[in-house]
Write a protein that binds this ligand. Sequence first.
Ligand code: 6PG
Length: 469
Amino acid sequence: NKFTLGMIGLGTMGRNLLLNMADNDFKVTGYDKDPKMLQKLEEDGKAHNLKGFASLEDFIRSLELPRRVMLLVPAGQIVDSVIKELVPLLDKGDMIIDSGNSHFTDTSRRATELSEEGIHFFGMGISGGEEGARFGPSMMPGGDKTAYNAVKPILEAVSAKVNGDPCVAYIGPGAAGHFVKMVHNGIEYSMMQILAETYDLLKNGAGYNNDQIYGLFEKWNNGRLKSFLLEVTRDIFKVKDEKTGGYLLDLIKDEAKSKGTGKWTSQVSMDLQLPIPTINESVSSRDLSKFKALRVALSNALPHKRIEITDKKTFEVQLEQALYFAMITSYAQGLHLLEQASKEFKYELNLKEISQIWRGGCIIRAELLEDIYQAYSKQAGLPHLYSDSGIQQQLEEIIPATRAIVISAIQNGIAVPCYASALTYFDSLRTDKSPLNLTQAQRDFFGAHTFERIDEEGIFHADWNSNNL
Ligand code: 6PG
């Protein structure tokens, strides 16, 4: 009568995931230093007689062998200190599954350190927030594959399902799970920023009020743009503040915070030299938003015009297409980065499976992921999402409208960093002859960095100052 799995950390995510496991008839328990958290677990888990432990030793003793211990504690130092307390109590073959948003390099280090102790360490990304944890998240576990089989039935049972398929799959060795979750969050940042820019275009550009924006988002969400993020964004435009009776959104400071996963995605992309400019712009936009005083001063000194809309219907049709394009591009960049990281870090990522498990439960779930999943099902080694013929057909349809939207935003001084970068990313990628031959010439001119020629093999250097080259 021992427990099948034990959770360390009974905050919102840990508690809800445990309740989800109990709903699925798994015999589970938890541990938290904070007695209030244990009490909350007991209250919420009354129907399942779910109880936790206040002593780590008792908690560990209560688990069946090999032990499955899941951590849902804040990422960073805390994970290391929990592991340090835990290891002397564990036996060879036991498993620790870190389900927080840990940095993938921490996960690699921990996996190596723990394998020396004979303990299997998993880094697993969980997406879906509180609701997801409680009723079905999308999960991205990485680590030792044999050990994974010991937790697979639990994860599959509690995960979200799309057409009966569980939104969890073994992602790959080492830190692959946390890497993929990090990129998921990079895409999440980008999609959020694109929606923010859409709001800006509609409200500050075209003078729409919150009700009109709600209506438009509602309409769009009934079509190909249907997604979790558009749905929650739509709903925000309806919520009124209890105190003032006005829209809550209008009372929120326009300075965005972040916990780091988007920034990590951008940092890694630079290290791997795999461009994800739209995701980068979303990270920078959050950082730029913090310069409130400077923004106010400059907007007073240098005010901008509003977009003049002569034909509201055309504007809405074009904006829907531009939004769809920017969403496709966010996924395209994230998936391209995964492809490169898979080669670099030997993660053996399967993009078909990753797009499959992102279709439900997670924050970036969207109707569009079905097309992406189909694209990778047709061709496993697809070089880029833009390379798929189905996606290409859609691009041809939506690019002209995207140009019209970006042009009018730029003409009227409305900042659309993600829209604009998505479009120039597209234009750069389908340029057969880039102007970077000039960059090579410049590098060779002032630094003798050499260049390659199109008509001859080899490495060349020219004396650029000589007139008779
Ligand atoms: C998820 C979310 C989740 C969380 C992010 C938010 O997939 O469920 O991504 O992990 O919302 O950590 O990150 P920021 O605080 O950086 O926006």
